[in-house]
Design a protein around this ligand. Structure first.
Ligand code: ZN
Length: 485
């Protein structure tokens, strides 16, 4: 199956290239990324000349849980003001990531730069000798090591049961908003990474026999003389890059449209690993039909030492190993929730620190459509009662009820009940108020207008009011809170 991907990854762009009119002779540097996208999504690249581009070479030494990296980031100032510095995030240094990342030999346009770290070593500030003017580009090069702490099992960045899970094991450009580079850090119960879309070319060197699952399309594998193998992945537009590898992974694949879906699991979990593939493929089909097409040519469902949790990345979902055995009854829901994030996070971005409800609530409530279409209305109604209303009622009884529309740091043990369940109930109430067809139109329009951008709750509300022609402020205030926050 992987051979099939390799062949199509290489041949399809040639075919598509042959179909396109030869209207300009200069080679388009973004053409290289076309193989990562389904044909209907490739036009998006045409307006993405200013996207950051990452190139890195990662050498993974599994027995030491260590990655050595060489990275180049090409960054264009797409803001309207000169920039005096660039900030990159070093997420493995987050306390709850159980990792350690160090950076050396930082260069700006090939000149050594003196840099500093802040935010608990999770942010690297690179000063520029002359400000970067709007429209200008620079290249930042650096070397790094990232390692997983031996006690890192059951962490997003972790190792266990022969699987090494290395999301964001590189220097990732910080998100920028009106306040500048964002260096704030999320509490342990919330998603940590906030970043804008970029294009990636990644070479990963691993011992031969290891199976690599990463974001993007794997276009080639090369055998090296020292007993290692280099996997080349490329992808984008995507918000981050995650890498998982194991010498024990077995895989199963299927296709939905032009997308290959692959499930990576341990041999003892073959039933659950195949079930995850079925659930993922069905959800991808249901959501593509309902909301708009899934853009990437690959989608990977990857077992990881993450307990019973799941975690979303662009074109890739981590599923905790417990979901394959003792928590297997949760597997379907978790897969379907995580697939929803391929629309609400990967395509339409939102701020996981300041407005975690926006993508979590939508990914959670999108499962309603999956269960309704796959199993019928009664099953979907049951989900509303048992998963969201019951959790919310319990939270109220405990005195945990609060506004949904708050930063992740405002929540504690009530995080899931409010940010997932109560937010899902808002989308359910909205769907009931405007009707099924209008609700679907709202989400389709939301996807179209904010694809690869970052939306806020106020953006969603304004768009929902425009599409429905209704004043939805009272509903929003009832469930989410102040729309001006
Ligand atoms: Zn989620």
């Amino acid at each position: 199956m992987r051979r099939f991907i390799l062949i199509w990854g290489l041949v399809l762009p040639l075919i598509l290239g042959g179909l396109l009119p030869a209207c300009h002779s200069a080679p388009d540097p973004l053409d290289a990324y076309r193989p990562a996208l389904v044909s209907s999504a490739q036009d998006a690249l045409a307006v993405m000349a200013g996207l950051p581009r990452y190139d890195f070479l990662l050498t993974v030494i599994p027995e030491r849980r260590l990655v050595r990296g060489q990275e180049t980031v090409r960054y264009t100032n797409v803001t309207r003001a000169p920039l005096a510095d660039i900030v990159l995030r070093l997420y493995p240094n987050l306390p709850h990531y159980n990792g350690r990342m160090t950076v050396a030999a930082v260069r700006v346009n090939d000149k050594l730069a003196t840099v500093s770290t802040e935010a608990g070593d999770t942010a690297l500030r690179v000063p520029l000798s002359t400000p970067l003017q709007p429209g200008q580009s620079i290249e930042i090069g650096l070397e790094f090591t990232a390692e997983v702490h031996p006690a890192g099992e059951d962490a997003v960045f972790g190792a266990g049961q022969g699987i090494l899970s290395l999301p964001d094991c590189y220097a990732l450009l910080a998100a920028r908003d009106e306040s500048g580079w964002r260096t704030d850090t999320a509490p342990p119960h919330a998603d940590a990474v906030f970043s804008d879309v970029a294009l990636y070319t990644v070479d990963v060197i691993v011992p031969t026999g290891f199976v690599v699952a990463g974001c993007g399309v794997a276009i080639e594998q090369t055998e090296n003389e020292d007993g290692t193998r280099t996997w080349r992945l490329l992808g984008g537009p995507q918000r981050e890059f995650a890498l998982v590898l194991s010498g024990d992974f077995v895989t199963d694949s299927t296709t939905v449209g032009e997308t290959t879906i692959t499930s990576y699991y341990l041999p003892r979990h073959s039933d659950a690993g195949r079930a995850a593939l079925r659930y993922g493929a069905t959800a991808l089909r249901v959501y593509s039909d309902l909301f708009g097409p899934y853009p990437y040519r690959d989608f990977r469902i990857v077992a990881a030492p993450l307990g019973y949790r799941g975690m979303e990345y662009p074109g890739l979902t981590l599923l905790g190993l417990d979901l394959y055995d003792e928590w297997v009854e949760e597997l379907e829901f978790r897969v379907v929730h995580e697939v929803g994030h391929q629309w609400w996070y990967a395509q339409v971005g939102s701020d996981p620190l300041r407005a975690p409800w926006l993508d979590e609530g939508l990914a959670e409530y999108s499962t309603y459509e999956y269960y309704r279409l796959v199993y019928g209305q009664a099953r979907a109604d049951e989900l509303v009662q048992t998963r969201w209303r019951a959790a919310y009622v319990y939270a109220r009884e405990q005195g945990w009820d609060t506004m949904v529309g708050q930063p992740a740091s405002a929540f504690g043990r009530n995080y899931e009940a409010i940010v997932y369940a109560k937010a899902a109930l808002f989308f359910h109430a909205l769907r009931q108020q405007v009707g099924e067809d209008v609700y679907r139109d709202i989400l389709r329009r939301y996807l179209r207008e904010y694809r690869y951008r970052t939306a806020t709750g106020a953006d969603f509300l304004a768009l929902a009011e425009k599409v429905s022609g209704q004043d939805l402020h009272p509903l929003y205030i009832q469930w989410i809170g102040n729309p001006d926050l």
